[in-house]
Design a protein around this ligand. Structure first.
Ligand SMILES: *[C@@H]1O[C@H](CO)[C@@H](O)[C@H](O)[C@H]1NC(C)=O
Ligand SMILES: *[C@@H]1O[C@H](CO)[C@@H](O)[C@H](O)[C@H]1NC(C)=O
Ligand SMILES: *[C@@H]1O[C@H](CO)[C@@H](O)[C@H](O)[C@H]1NC(C)=O
Ligand SMILES: *[C@@H]1O[C@H](CO)[C@@H](O)[C@H](O)[C@H]1NC(C)=O
Length: 502
């Protein structure tokens, strides 16, 4: 319930990101017969892939149409990116590591173009083939033995697909690409006549992906993670339609509001409630714990039932033992207890200058420090020490996820300064559970549309828009960026049409 007050408080901390200014385009285009000098005031709630893409493309499309626009983005976190974000190992800005989404593929046009347009570099992936660190590049573990070890090279999407098929790897490790035919179909969403689409359901049907949508299409699933908590509302807007905040601190008026976060996380109070023709249903999210840590130790071969002279694999994916039935929710990794452990890279501890290893664990439940000690084979060493773990809780927005390190029941037997030198935990609401559905949430939530609103003088483009339907279709950075672009196109197209009709 921190509607506007939260926003104002956040603004004070500098965490409210407003991208106006540079993006405002005064109307100078004399080819447009309508004289427009009042910018369209747009609020975008959510600065993840959908929201930031909406902003970027709105600015671009408005510029192309010669129309002035004023865009304000709201987010509860002090950064742009939502589920795509990094943290700094040892708080060292020279050592960022992905906390959330980290992978995209060649077919991801918007992301790919953005890397070009923003002059960004990419790396192939986190694996380093020339790594001097011994051990198999990839292995599959069922809690008892390693079923498969791949010594060299990277897996192609096809090899990944075969591994997943053969071993039934546990979510969220399905980093496989979509089938090529699916990609081809999907790409039709990017261009006319399908783009822009005012109904995702119709668009999915048009490209022939509606029935398949809930069965496949979790591309980048493991990397696709989400805003942390639900309880920090970031909704605080009014529009020119009659809407009032109960808080009195501040009020801003917007013509157009783009809701670019799961509706339930916005905790909106709309006055009057009849503003929306449709209230989106909650999107049930998979909880995914990410644990990043550094240690001078490599994974213990004996933990994985290898002989002590055999190096442990660098990336370990898991599957359930043959006799174990799949569990739900927090027990979805069964007796194995985690989805994956990966050695991200080696680095030097900026404090001690010592060589350390950076690991990332995905798990359905929080992993204990005792577990970390066991996988490193150092569980019995050291004495109980102070909790001097750096970084925990830092750099986060309001998170439900930052837990104190004192609640482990089994950490008394280790000295964390020797074993774990830096630790960062994050609980993501990573991506939606796959539930069969025959349609997706609408893109337009209000009465608007061409011809205009009751109140507002009838300029198209005004109103309340929602990008969240995409989450239930395919939840990736790229698909959400596409949805943002789509909404931007719809808004500008309606705006232009509305002006002509005036
Ligand atoms: C959501 O908003 C309502 C009323 O505005 C408030 O009572 C409630 O505490 C809010 N919930 C959260 C999780 O912020
Ligand atoms: C742009 O929007 C912000 C937020 O509503 C507002 O404070 C500012 O005055 C607007 N600028 C213009 C030029 O309309
Ligand atoms: C990406 O860039 C290429 C080359 O400029 C362009 O043809 C294509 O339309 C762009 N795709 C998107 C989705 O913007
Ligand atoms: C783009 O990247 C190259 C290589 O890193 C760099 O030399 C160049 O200055 C960058 N250009 C811009 C516009 O940032």
């Amino acid at each position: 319930m921190r509607l506007l007050s939260a926003l104002i408080a956040i603004t004070a901390r500098g965490a409210l990101s407003a991208i106006s200014g540079e993006e405002q385009v005064p109307l100078t285009d004399t080819t447009n017969p309508d004289h427009v000098d009042t910018p369209l005031n747009v609020a975008i709630i959510g600065a993840g892939a959908a929201g930031s893409s909406s902003a970027y493309h709105l600015a671009q499309f408005a510029r192309e149409a010669g129309l002035p626009i004023n865009i304000t983005i709201f987010d509860r976190n002090p950064y742009i990116g939502g589920r795509a974000t990094t943290v700094n190992v040892h708080d060292d800005p020279a050592q960022p590591v992905e906390l959330g989404a980290s992978i995209f593929v060649q077919a991801n046009q918007i992301l790919l173009n953005a890397t070009r347009d923003f002059n960004l570099s990419t790396t192939e992936d986190d694996d380093d083939d020339d790594s001097p660190i011994p051990g198999a590049a990839l292995a599959i573990w069922d809690g008892q033995s390693l079923l498969y070890q791949q010594t060299t090279g990277k897996t192609s999407w096809w090899e990944n697909a075969k591994l997943i098929w053969k071993y039934g790897l546990l979510n969220p490790l399905r980093t496989l690409n979509l089938k090529r035919s699916t990609i081809a179909a999907f790409l039709r969403l990017y261009t006319s006549p399908v783009f822009p689409f005012d109904s995702l359901t119709d668009a999915a049907e048009q490209i022939g992906l509606l029935p398949a949508a809930t069965n496949e299409g979790k591309e980048e699933a493991s990397s696709e993670v989400d805003d942390d908590d639900d309880d920090d509302a970031e909704s605080g807007f009014t529009s020119r339609q009659p809407q009032r905040q109960r808080q009195h601190q501040h009020q801003e008026n917007f013509d157009t509001v783009i809701l670019a976060a799961p509706y339930q996380s916005l905790n909106l109070t709309l006055t009057p409630s009849s503003l929306l023709t449709h209230t989106p249903s909650p999107i049930p999210y998979v909880s995914l714990h990410v644990t990043l840590f550094t240690t001078p130790h490599l994974l213990s071969p004996t933990f994985f039932n290898l002989s002590p002279d055999q190096p442990a694999p660098k990336t370990i994916l898991t599957t359930l033992p043959a006799d174990e039935a799949p569990g739900q929710g927090s027990s979805s990794a069964g007796s194995v207890g985690f989805f994956s452990i990966s050695l991200i890279r080696s680095l030097r501890n900026p404090g001690t200058g010592e060589r350390e290893y950076l690991y990332k664990i995905f798990s359905p439940e929080r992993v204990s420090r005792g577990f970390l000690a066991r996988i490193l084979g150092v569980g019995q060493r050291g004495q109980s020490g102070g909790e001097k773990v750096e970084g925990v809780g830092e750099g986060e927005g309001a998170g439900v996820d930052i837990e104190t390190e004192n609640d482990d029941d089994d950490n008394d037997d280790m000295n964390p300064e020797q074993i774990i030198t830096w630790l960062h935990r994050k609980l993501w609401h990573s991506y939606p559970y796959e539930t069969p559905r025959d349609g997706f949430e609408p893109i337009r939530l209000d009465h608007g549309g061409r011809g205009g609103n009751k109140e507002g003088g009838g300029e198209g483009g005004r109103g309340i828009w929602y990008t969240g339907g995409m989450e239930s279709f395919i939840s990736t950075m790229e698909t959400n960026a596409l949805m943002g672009r789509n909404v931007a196109r719809l808004v500008v197209d309606e705006w232009v049409t509305g002006m002509r009709e005036r």
